[in-house]
Each structure stands twice: as C-alpha cells, then as structure tokens.
Design a protein around this ligand. Structure first.
Ligand SMILES: Cc1ncc(COP(=O)(O)O)c(C=O)c1O
Length: 405
C-alpha cells in the first residue's frame, strides 16, 4: 500500500517519514496524482459551453465524476451531488441557501458541542444577519451526546427547530454519533438534517439512503483526493427548492437584462469555472479507494493501529487520552495531553524523528472549553500506516517525555 504513495518515501530530518496527521489531510496515491496530470496534459478545457473535442471530453469527465461520487455514497442521482472546495464550503452553501431562504427570526439550528468550527462559525454569521438561534446539544467526555436535550429542543421549538447539523465522527474525541436516534427526533418535528462526514468517510461506508440525512458534506483531501475538492450531497427535492447563493457563469441557462434562467441540478449550485482537475482527482481517489481498500481488512488494520496506540499511550507517564478509552468506541484518531508539556513542543520533537502529528485545538475550540482542556496532540491513521510506525511513535514519545522530566 505504502509504495503507492510517493510522498511516503520522503525522509524528514534524516528519518523515514511517519505520517500520523491524516485527520488533517491524507496523502495521495500515484493514481490520483496521475489523474490530475492526465487532465492537464490531455483533456483541459472549460466545461458545459464548448463544442470542441476537449470541451466535450472535460464536460463528460465532470459529469462522470459526479456520477461516481453519487454511487460512492449511494445517492439516487448525480443531480444530488454538488462539487465544492471542501466541507467548509459545503456547510456554508447550506447556511447561505437553506439558512437564508428557509429560516426566519427565532428559528433554530441545533449543533453539537463537538463540531468543527466550520459547522459553528457559518451559523454564527447567520445569527447576526437573520436573528436565528443556535442551540448546542451537550456532549460528555466520551463523545456521548445528550439526546434527551435534543428531544427537549424538539418539544420546546417544534417546527421552529428547522435544522440539526451534526458531525458524524468528532475530530478530537473520535467518537461517532448515533444518527439514527437523531433522525427519530428530527422526524417528529420535520427538521432537516445535515451530517458532516469529513472524518468518517475515509474509514467507513457512507450510504446516504440508509442514513436518510437531508444534507451531507465531506472533503476530498481527507479521503486521498486533492485539496480544493469537496462534496455537498442534498436530497433532490430539497436542492430543487433552494436558490443558489452565488450567481455567474455555468449555473444559468439564459441571461437577459431583467432575469436569468437557472441551470439544472446540480450545476445551478456550481457557479463559475470549477476546480476541474481537483474534482476529477477526487473521482480518481474514490475509484482507487474502491479498488485498493478491502473494507473488512481495513477495519481490522485500523483497529490494530488504534489498539497499539491506545495501549502504548496509556502506559506513558502523564499522558491523558481525550475521548473514550475503550477501543470498541474508538475509530481512527487519538487526541491526548501530556502533563506539563506543551503540544507544540511534543510535535516539534517528534518531527525531529520524522513523525508528523498535529498539535492545537483542531478547529474545535468550544469542545476544548466544554472539556476544560487546553490544546492537545493528535495522531490519526490512514490505510498506509503500520503497527511498526505506531510502535516507533510510542517509543519516540516516551523519549520526548523523558527529555522533559
Ligand atoms: C469534522 C470536520 N468537519 C469539517 C472539517 C473541515 O474540513 P475542510 O477544512 O476540508 O473544509 C474538518 C477538518 O478537519 C473536520 O474534521
């Protein structure tokens, strides 16, 4: 697997690179890099409008990639797949369409305390502009949501609870939410649901029909695709009922001085020339994923990596693991603190040994406030990581801790 990722051949500070920062972004297999080079080398042309061969080729590639993404998440049609730059843009698209067009003063969005900033700040902007209200679903230190509180919100606000916008897997606690239980509550009041699968989609099958979420967002770069590629899934009936918030080329059929006729789904939400190579690279990443990753084997590999990391970390002095300590409730990443050592120092000293980890608030500051903790270190795994790498990380961390004691 590793040999398919050219960057993993790199040495960092004289050591073989051990890349454990996959929750921030994954590395790209050669196939994805080749697909981007191939697009620019052989097919580059703007889409939709052209009648020449290259324009027809790129337009077909763009459409085919939407179809491929639809099939990857089991959407009913490519019309439900809007290409954006990342999860953040997808969330902002929902806020600026659904939020602005379907929500009024006093209406409520419920989010959890473990959201990434992208699912917080975007709604906060709407609070100012439209007088909507944000309600927070409390979370405990294991990532368990207080769904009784959501039940309470549903009763309190009834149909004023317009949308429940939640993260599928926390990028700090690692825990996954019980979306089925959330759906049972939202269905009672007719609230729309948005699921942020940025962290879960690289590790588990996502089926939008089974989940029955109304919107879903993810970033291509976290699932072996290029940066600048991301997806908003929306149920067709919902997307049809919304107006785009960005106007321009590509998203219209006709324009006169007085009015414009909008393009069909999903193009009406893709204003301007899109990141064609990025989107096509994402398609290559998802095809690569299907061809190279056996989901059952991968689940086992991930469980081995996680259990090796968890047991190693638990043995080190002064280390506190954030989130559930039971392996059964863990997925793909571990955030931790070390008593008396700043996470940036830890990350810098590990970098000297060729190990890349993340340190900071991981764009989830409200969660850190709720948990009463400062910045943390985070290791996160992908298909190319090995147990030997995790052992090397644990040994190196032990040396880092020794240096400070
Ligand atoms: C759960 C979650 N949601 C959203 C995002 C935002 O992703 P992007 O920066 O690609 O928009 C991240 C990024 O780390 C994330 O972990």
């Amino acid at each position: 697997m590793k040999e398919q990722f050219p960057i993993l051949r790199r040495e960092i500070n004289g050591n073989k690179l051990v890349y454990l920062d996959n929750a921030a972004t994954t590395q790209k297999p050669q196939t994805v890099i080749d697909a981007i080079v191939d697009f620019y080398t052989n097919h580059n042309a703007n889409i939709h409008r052209g009648v020449h061969t290259l324009a027809e080729e790129s337009t077909k590639m763009w459409l085919d990639t939407h179809r491929l993404v639809a099939s990857f998440i089991n959407a009913r049609s490519y019309e439900e797949i809007v290409f954006v730059r990342n999860s953040t843009e997808a969330l902002n698209l929902v806020v600026n369409t659904f939020g602005r067009q379907k929500m009024n003063k006093g209406d409520v969005v419920a989010i959890t305390e473990m959201e990434h900033h992208s699912n917080i700040v975007s709604w906060q902007l709407l609070v100012k502009d439209k007088g909507i209200k944000i309600e927070w679903i409390p979370v405990d230190k294991n990532g368990e949501l207080e769904l009784d509180y959501l039940e309470f919100l549903a009763k309190k606000y009834d149909e004023k609870l317009k949308i429940v916008s939640v993260v599928h897997q926390s990028n700090v606690l690692d825990a996954k939410i019980d979306f089925k239980e959330i759906k049972k509550i939202t269905d009672k009041v007719g609230a729309v649901t948005l699921l942020d699968v940025a962290q879960s989609i690289p590790h588990s099958r996502i089926d939008v029909r089974e989940l029955d979420c109304d919107f879903l967002v993810f970033s291509g770069h976290k699932i072996y695709g290029p940066t600048g590629s991301g997806v908003l899934y929306g149920k067709k009936s919902l997307l049809e009922a919304l107006n785009p918030f960005m106007g321009g080329g590509e998203m219209i059929k006709n324009v006169s001085k007085n009015k414009s006729e909008l393009n069909d789904l999903p193009w009406k939400f893709e204003a301007g020339t899109p990141n064609l190579a990025g989107g096509i690279g994402l398609g290559a990443a998802l095809s690569w994923f299907d061809e190279n990753i056996d989901r059952v084997d991968y689940e086992e590999t991930l469980a081995d990596l996680m259990s090796c990391a968890l047991s190693g970390l638990k043995k080190l002095p002064g280390v506190s693991i954030i989130g559930p300590t039971n392996i059964k409730e863990r997925n793909s990443l571990i955030a931790f603190e070390i008593d008396g050592i700043h996470p940036h120092d830890v990350a810098s000293l590990l970098d000297e040994r060729g190990i890349a980890i993340r340190a900071g608030y991981h764009c989830a500051q409200p969660l850190h406030d709720v948990l009463g903790i400062g910045p943390t270190c985070r290791v996160s795994f992908a298909c190319y990581n090995t147990v030997e790498e995790v052992e090397y990380f644990i040994d190196s961390l032990e040396q880092v801790i020794d240096t400070f004691r």
